[in-house]
Design a protein around this ligand. Structure first.
Ligand code: BTN
Length: 266
C-alpha cells in the first residue's frame, strides 16, 4: 500500500510530516511527542495502527487499509481561542463530511454528534480530539476513516455497524486511495479551521444540516445524567439539543447510548 507523501506535504498546509509504518495509536504518539517544536501543523500518519483509541474506553479496531492519522495544531497561532475548543470535534466532523461526500456522491454522509461520521447509517469514520499539557497550547486531532478495509472482511461484531469507502465506491467512481482521501480531508480541515477562527457562526448551519440524530429519539449519558428525548439538532456552540419530558436540554458533551430509527425512513 503506497502513500503519496510528497503530494501531502507539498499541498502546503502540513508543515511537518511524521510517517511511521506501524504504530500503536497515532494519538498516543502525538501526545507523547506534543512538545516537539518543529513547525505546525504536524501530521502523524501510520500505515497500520495496532491499538487505536476512541472516546472513553472505545477502541478503534485494527483493520488493514483504514486511514489513521493525528494532526497536531497550535490553536493560538491559528486564531482559535480556548472557548471555541469544545466545538472542534463537531467542526472537524463537518470538515470530514465535506471531504468524503464528493467521493461517494450517492451515499448519505452525516455527522453523528459528537465525533462520528456515518454513511448510509453506518460508521465510516471517527474523531478523537485531545489536549496535551504543553506550552504553547496544542491540540491533537485524531482521525480514522474506513477506506480500503471493507466491512465484508471486518470482525463479525463490527460488520453490520461499519462501512468503508471501498464498499460504497466499487460500482461507481472506483476506489480512492488513502492518500487521495487524506489530501481531501486536510484541504477541508484547513478551510473549516480558518472559518472557526474568522466566522464560527457560519459553520453551525452546516453541522445542523448534517446531523444524523435530528428527529430521532436519543439517549445521551453525560457522566452525571441520562437524557432521553427527541433530538432537535446541534446548537451554534456545538451542544446537542434534546427535547425531553421536562423541556429542552442542551448537552455540551456525552455519549449517545442509543437512538431510534427515523419514522418513515430507515
Ligand atoms: C471514536 O470512534 O470514538 C473515535 C475514533 C478515533 C480513531 C482515530 S484513528 C487515528 C487516531 N489515533 C487513535 O488512537 N485514535 C484516532
Amino acid at each position: 500500500m503506497n502513500w503519496d507523501l510528497e503530494a501531502i506535504q507539498t499541498a502546503g498546509w502540513v508543515q511537518t510530516l511524521d510517517y511511521l509504518e506501524e504504530l500503536g495509536s497515532t494519538n498516543d504518539h502525538a501526545l507523547l511527542t506534543a512538545s516537539d517544536n518543529r513547525p505546525h501543523p504536524r501530521l502523524i500518519l501510520c500505515n497500520q495502527q495496532q491499538a487505536g483509541r476512541g472516546r472513553g474506553s472505545n477502541r478503534w479496531s485494527v483493520t488493514r487499509g483504514a486511514l489513521t492519522f493525528s494532526l497536531v495544531i497550535e490553536p493560538e497561532s491559528m486564531g482559535i481561542p480556548r472557548e471555541r475548543w469544545p466545538t472542534l470535534s463537531v467542526a472537524v466532523g463537518g470538515a470530514l463530511c465535506a471531504a468524503i461526500q464528493p467521493l461517494i456522491p450517492e451515499a448519505d454522509v452525516r455527522l453523528k454528534w459528537p465525533n462520528d461520521v456515518y454513511a448510509n447509517g453506518r460508521k465510516l469514520g471517527g474523531i478523537l480530539v485531545e489536549v496535551p499539557a504543553v506550552t504553547p497550547p496544542r491540540l491533537v486531532i485524531g482521525i480514522g476513516v474506513n477506506v480500503l478495509n471493507s466491512a465484508t472482511t471486518a470482525p463479525e461484531e463490527l460488520r453490520s455497524r461499519m462501512v468503508a469507502l471501498c464498499d460504497l465506491q466499487a460500482t461507481t467512481t472506483g476506489t480512492s486511495s488513502r492518500s487521495v482521501v487524506l489530501a481531501a480531508i486536510l484541504n477541508e480541515l484547513k478551510q473549516h479551521l480558518v472559518r472557526l477562527e474568522n466566522d464560527p457562526l457560519s459553520l453551525a448551519p452546516h453541522w445542523r444540516s448534517l446531523c444524523f440524530l435530528t428527529g430521532r429519539t436519543v439517549t445521551l449519558d453525560d457522566g452525571v445524567r441520562t437524557v432521553t428525548g427527541a433530538c432537535q439538532g446541534i446548537d451554534d456552540d456545538g451542544a446537542l439539543r434534546i427535547y425531553t419530558e421536562f423541556g429542552p436540554q442542551r448537552c455540551l458533551g456525552g455519549t449517545i447510548r442509543g437512538y431510534e430509527p427515523l419514522k418513515d425512513s430507515d
